[in-house]
Design a protein around this ligand. Sequence first.
Ligand SMILES: [Zn+2]
Length: 104
Amino acid sequence: MLALALLIAVAALWALGKGDVVVALVLGALVLLTGRTVFRSYSVTKGPTGPAVDVEEQGKLLVYACEVCGEQLVLLRRGTDAPPRHCSEKMVLRHVDVPDRELN
Ligand SMILES: [Zn+2]
């Protein structure tokens, strides 16, 4: 319905010799759509899903690993399901056996 009204308005403007107005409107709409598409990912970043909870898994450590440089981070408390980033990539969650020695 809205598209039809828009089409009629565009046709009317074109018929009245206002082609440049139509071109400007189309370009504006294109820029708007492109911008919204590009920046949408920034606004839908997953935030906290609730209060942070302790990670407890017998005999296992939850480790976030960077597959680019190999850095590993031990996850002790989980506040969100979104993985952290390292080297511009999302880190991968791994279940690693607890080493023999204690961690303190
Ligand atoms: Zn890295």
